[in-house]
Structures are given as C-alpha cells and as structure tokens.
Write a protein that binds this ligand. Sequence first.
Ligand code: ZN
Length: 161
Amino acid sequence: MNAVSIRPADEMRDLYRELILDHARNPRHFHKLDAATHTAEGINPLCGDKLRLYVAVDDNDVITAAAFEGSGCAISVASASLLTDLVTGLSKQQALDCFAEVTGRLTAPDEYESRDIGVNLDKIRALDGVRDYPSRVKCATLAWHALSSAVRGQSDTVSTE
Ligand code: ZN
C-alpha cells in the first residue's frame, strides 16, 4: 500500500493557478515596445479585454523582443505575459507554431494533436486549465491571435467576435 497520499493532478493544477495569478499580478514585458517591427491589437468584447501586442523581428526572422500593453481580465493578461516570455528568441515560424499549439489545445482539445515544435511549452501548459471554463478560452487565446496577426503582418486589430 502506498503510504504517501498525494494527488499530483490537483497539485499541478494549484501550481498552474499560482503561475497564472503571478503573471496576472506582475505581468512581464508590460509596456510599449518602441523597437517593434510588428504590432496588432486584440479585442475580446465579451469580456472587455483589449491588448496591444508588440514584437521586434530582426533580419533573420528572429523575435528579439516582445511586449504588450492594455487592459483585461487576469486570464488575458497572464496569457499575454506568458506569451511575451515564451516567444522572445523564437523564429517567426516557431511563434506561429506556438499560436497553433495554444489555440488548438484550448479550442479543440479532443481533435488537436500536439506535435514537437522544438519549443519548451511547459509554462504555457498553465493555460490548459482554462479549458474547464469555456467562456474564458477567448480571454486566454486573445494575445495569441494578436501575435499571429502581427507576425503575419495582417490586419491591425483582431476581435474574438
Ligand atoms: Zn477576459
């Protein structure tokens, strides 16, 4: 009989909740980025989240800096904060792969098959918990849609509606 009574799943969930709260309270890279080469705004009317994402891309298509500003709920801000941490140092293509991974896992968890994109996604697994709250999925994916739009050089404003 196992003497240790722990419930790893719940513990991980708590850790992830802490990570989300930490990023929501102390968002990383929360400022305008004057050196930005690409930018896009994401709006989620359902919740009132409004974020502008900035990325600086060098001549080799590598993202050298990422930042955001705006206002939104804890989930949207934490997600944007995690995003800016993650994509700095990645290529544009890797950033788009991350976008596909995050949105796939959150919006179609049963159909989406994760693949190895050569990026450590451990931290953004914290967002997976949002799947339990469908109304918050748009909050969590908002910054990622803005990232995709910015990197592709598409429309300046993306809305979840
Ligand atoms: Zn929200």
